[in-house]
Unconditional design. Structure first.
Length: 223
């Protein structure tokens, strides 16, 4: 890396490692090869090790690397979990010309997803979290589907391509946007009660306006 001396906290803030555990893989020249934020299931962690060790990062993104592995695995797609606060399609999420009335969270999910079941069966059933989320525009998309969508920036695409453009490869991934369609923060690993509630508070309190770094805001705000 650069060879300078800074504290562990300063380094974590600089690298924007908002959640723990966060792993950053570097190549021999000290350049970032892959970043994992939060907990990932064993099969994806093994894939990450292979991706870096065999230098696949030189020729393809990690989502594309995972997709190649998924392509050789056949399974029947399952139904996704539903919530009564999800907005029904068609999904025109454009906020580039006219701002939304409230912030928005987009849930990228898929069927046969244990972590998605955990999200809906535990955090989203928590009364406090459920109530807070009802103050958002909530949109659910199938990360593998070609459902048409207009993004918050006004771009026409589909759910699968948008997820790829965002660099998402894990389900569920929750991406939070402000009223102007700017991404504020994302949670793209196993979600725990305390973590999701703090992220929601970061958005609803508009803490990102004065402190865009979530980790620093969390420490300074006492949440």
């Amino acid at each position: 890396m650069e060879g300078g001396v800074i504290t562990q906290r300063e380094y974590s803030l600089r690298e924007k490692t908002n959640f723990t555990p966060s792993l950053i893989f570097f190549n021999e020249q000290g350049k970032e090869a892959l970043r994992l934020r939060g907990y990932y299931p064993p099969y994806q962690f093994r894939a990450a090790l292979e991706y870096v060790a065999d230098k696949h990062y030189k020729k393809e993104s990690f989502p594309d690397f995972l997709a190649r592995g998924d392509a050789v695995t056949t399974f029947e797609p399952g139904d996704m979990n539903e919530e009564d606060f999800f907005i029904s399609p068609p999904h025109n999420l454009d906020r580039s010309r006219f701002p939304g009335q409230r912030p928005m969270v987009v849930y990228f999910e898929q069927g046969n997803c244990h972590a998605c079941d955990v999200l809906h069966g535990q955090p989203l059933r928590d009364p406090a979290i459920n109530k807070l989320l009802r103050g958002f525009d909530n949109v659910q998309l199938d990360i593998r589907d070609e459902t048409p969508v207009i993004t918050p920036r006004g771009e026409r695409t589909n759910a699968q391509q948008w997820a790829k453009d965002l660099g998402l490869f894990y389900t569920p991934s929750l991406v939070f946007f402000d009223e102007q369609g700017n991404e504020v923060i994302r949670v793209d690993s196993v979600v725990r009660f305390y973590r999701l509630r703090k992220v929601i508070n970061f958005i609803t309190s508009r803490g990102y306006l004065t402190e865009p770094n979530y980790q620093r805001w969390r420490v300074n705000s006492g949440f």
